[in-house]
Design a binder for this molecule. Structure first.
Ligand code: NI
Ligand code: MN
Length: 227
């Protein structure tokens, strides 16, 4: 589960036990990802952290292309079911074991309305694990003390994907504190540079983690990362 592909904003796919897990697909309206064709993207499961457009835009199309199951909170899962997508509903603190591993839906401090104004429940993140490893995908969130619950309730993290772009989520300074809370040294940054409000200086961001003895990886869009 250490083979990660970055598709821009917060969109990642991870290969786990022969399954492809896609997170928060937002590609077709991302100018920085215009070299990615969503029709080439494979997914067995699509994990959606919250209802904002920059996290769900391409979920329906990719789910239907691949007959994939959308995993999200109850409100979002139900919304996709009405669009005739397969879904699995979770809610905060709950976990379910799929054929690739266990997924726990954990707290995020953020909002979550769906693009048509429907209730998107409360925003969350995911911790995913099996006998090969464990990682945390934070979704959009502020720094929150709830992150300290993750090392108390989940296996030791091998890496974590955290938002670092500021303005709508925590910035890299707070994300470096989050790395302490979750007891993880290897952080992959997301939710940066997509548009003006979240542009960051890469070297300054990496320095903030360096000083704490942590590594910040800033992937380029379309690249595979071997962690
Ligand atoms: Ni959001
Ligand atoms: Mn977002």
């Amino acid at each position: 589960m250490n083979n990660l592909t970055f598709y821009g904003q917060s969109t990642f796919s991870v290969e786990i036990k022969g399954k492809t897990i896609l997170f928060d697909p937002f590609i077709s309206a991302n100018e920085k990802a215009n070299h990615i064709d969503i029709n080439t993207i494979k997914a067995d499961y699509i994990l959606v952290s919250h209802g904002h457009l920059d996290h769900i835009l391409d979920a329906e199309a990719i789910a239907k292309n691949n007959d994939a199951t959308i995993v999200s909170n109850y409100e979002i899962a139900t919304w996709f079911e009405k669009k005739e997508c397969k879904s699995h509903p979770l809610n905060h603190g709950g976990k379910w074991t799929f054929d690739f591993g266990t997924v726990k839906y954990v707290n995020a401090v953020h909002s979550s309305v769906l693009p048509d104004g429907s209730n998107g429940g409360n925003a969350g993140g995911f911790v995913v694990w099996n006998d090969e490893g464990c990682f945390y995908f934070a979704g959009d969130t502020a720094l929150t003390l709830d992150m300290q619950l993750i090392p108390l309730t989940c296996p030791k993290l091998d890496f974590a994907i955290l938002p670092i772009g500021d303005n709508f989520t925590m910035g890299y300074e707070d994300a470096s504190v989050a790395a302490n809370f979750i007891e993880c040294n290897k952080i992959v940054g997301c939710h940066f540079d997509t548009f003006g409000f979240i542009e960051i200086d890469h070297d300054t961001a990496k320095d903030a983690f360096d000083k704490k003895g942590k590594e910040l990886i800033l992937p380029t869009i379309g690249s595979k990362i071997n962690l």
